[in-house]
Design a protein around this ligand. Structure first.
Ligand SMILES: [Zn+2]
Length: 500
């Protein structure tokens, strides 16, 4: 059986679309989980785009073993040199370079005639090849490129040493049959195609990224690119978990094998959602909260009699436990740790005893502890630089004034400030600003309720702009103002971390 290589670009194509900056620690946490999931290639970033991205790619290249680490470049000498430098510590490195090949991109964006694009493509592959043996070439906007020109350029870059050729549907314009025809045309007409792997990279503008990817695989592609939860530019990238499970469910008809540990899918999805601040819709295929829930009475009855009646995937295959163990004050450290790992807390820095102590406090208050409660337990952990919330009180004075008093512990010192605001959350944030004294702009704030039972938990997300970075903070608490304060302090902590 031939192998299908899974190329994850959550940290590159996914991150660049978020408008937010994930810190190195967050990117490492995602990378470690991607290795557990079994992806073959991790595209860690675009090193020449910023010093921060360079550092992230370099750190991932140094720390992460068990997957090829890849960096993106344009067909520009400096990009390739910088990328090679960042990838130097990697166990196995790949440079992903390329150029646009569609008439509109060549004429309007690059302002280059086709023959010049061809020369630049070949030169880029040759330059990358001086540094690494594994070079992937992308023909940007391939799905809107002229087929003859694509065949010509692919033949030349493969001759120059490209080991993988990526045929992206950059703008999400393709249809399954059109895209399959294109991949088949390349397979049948590029003379030296047997020396390279065909890769596909789709976007979901017409809701067909997964369908197009599967069509491309059927037509002969042996590498698929995408992101976890489908995060990415505009309507997103291909959801890798969808492609993986579509192939798994119909594995006989594809005749290819995957090196994926499907049981890590749910944990990977939750981790990416938690770190990126992008919620997964409840109806999302494979990873949505309702993906394995049966609401209709007829369906429930059927599934109880025989699972196959209404269920095509056993939830356990993707890491959703069938028999949820209900945690309570009687649960031990091991059960807590196990559940936390399932929820994506795979790289816990804090001591388990401290977490367990908070867990017991909450379990005493609530009785049964649900997953959302565990996120709250973990939400108590404020990252990095030693800011934590000691006390918080708010008061409303009519429709548009409120006051807040906040005590924070900053580097071991307790500091209290009070502030007035248009509403209680505004007042809390102003009081925190007065203590922390960092120039940030609040770009977005949202609050939703999670958890079951009467002690609803508030889950707050804030986005702040600090220097040129957009940073996400999250906080969860049974008190909505405390949840908001935690989210804000969490984001400020990350901002401090960036400044160091
Ligand atoms: Zn893309």
């Amino acid at each position: 059986m031939e192998k299908l290589y899974i190329f994850d670009t959550t940290l590159r194509d996914g991150e660049q679309s978020l408008g937010i900056t994930l810190n190195v620690k967050e990117k490492l946490e995602i990378s470690r989980q991607l290795v557990k999931l079994g992806v073959d290639i991790i595209e860690a970033g675009f090193p020449a785009s910023s010093p921060g991205d360079f550092e992230s790619v370099q750190t991932i290249a140094r720390e992460i073993k068990g997957a090829t680490i890849c960096g993106l470049t344009r067909a520009v000498d400096r990009d390739i040199d910088v990328c090679a430098e960042a990838l130097k510590p990697a166990e196995v490195a790949r440079i992903h370079t390329g150029i646009a090949t569609s008439p509109v991109h060549m004429a309007k964006k690059l302002n280059m005639p086709p023959h010049q694009v061809l020369e630049a493509a070949v030169a880029a592959v040759k330059r990358a090849k001086k540094y690494v043996s594994d070079v992937e070439f992308y023909a940007e906007d391939a799905s809107r490129s002229e087929w003859d020109f694509l065949v010509q350029i692919l033949e030349k870059v493969i001759a120059a040493g490209a080991t993988v050729v990526n045929i992206p549907d950059t703008v999400g314009y393709a249809t399954p049959w059109g895209y399959a025809d294109l991949i088949a045309h390349i397979k049948n007409n590029v003379k030296n195609i047997d020396q390279a792997i065909i890769s596909i990279h789709c976007h979901n503008d017409l809701g067909m990224a997964t369908a197009n990817s599967l069509a491309g695989i059927r037509a002969g592609a042996r590498q698929v690119e995408g992101t976890i939860n489908g995060i990415g530019e505009r309507a997103g990238n291909t959801s890798l978990e969808e492609v993986i499970m579509a192939i798994y469910s119909h594995r006989k008809s594809y005749g290819i094998e995957l090196g994926i540990n499907t049981r890590e899918i749910a944990a990977t999805s939750r981790l990416v959602s938690r770190i990126s601040g992008v919620p997964t819709p409840s109806h999302k295929a494979i990873v949505g909260a309702n993906a394995f829930m049966h609401a209709s009475g007829i369906h429930q009855d059927g599934v109880l009699k025989e699972r196959d009646t209404y269920e095509i995937i056993d939830p356990e295959i993707v890491g959703v436990p069938r028999n949820l163990i209900v945690l309570s004050a009687r649960s031990g450290r091991h059960a807590l740790k196990h559940r936390l790992e399932e929820l994506g807390y795979t790289d816990i820095q804090e001591s388990l005893d401290d977490i367990y102590a908070r867990f017991l406090t909450l379990a005493d208050q609530k009785g049964e502890i649900f997953d959302e409660d565990l996120h709250a337990v973990m939400g108590n952990v404020v990252e990095g630089n030693g800011i934590s919330i000691k006390t918080l009180s708010v008061a409303s004075h009519g429709a548009s004034t409120a006051s807040a008093s906040v005590t924070l512990e900053v580097d071991g010192q307790e500091v209290t400030e009070a502030a007035l605001g248009n509403g209680p959350v505004h007042a809390v944030f102003k009081a925190i600003d007065a203590i922390v004294g960092k120039k940030v702009k609040l770009e977005d704030y949202s609050l939703k309720s999670v958890s079951q039972g009467s002690e609803a938990l508030g889950d707050a997300t804030v986005k702040i702009r600090y220097k040129d970075n957009l940073i996400v903070g999250r906080g969860i608490s049974t008190d909505v103002f405390e949840a908001s304060a935690r989210a804000y302090v969490n984001a400020l902590s990350k901002a401090s971390h960036l400044a160091e």
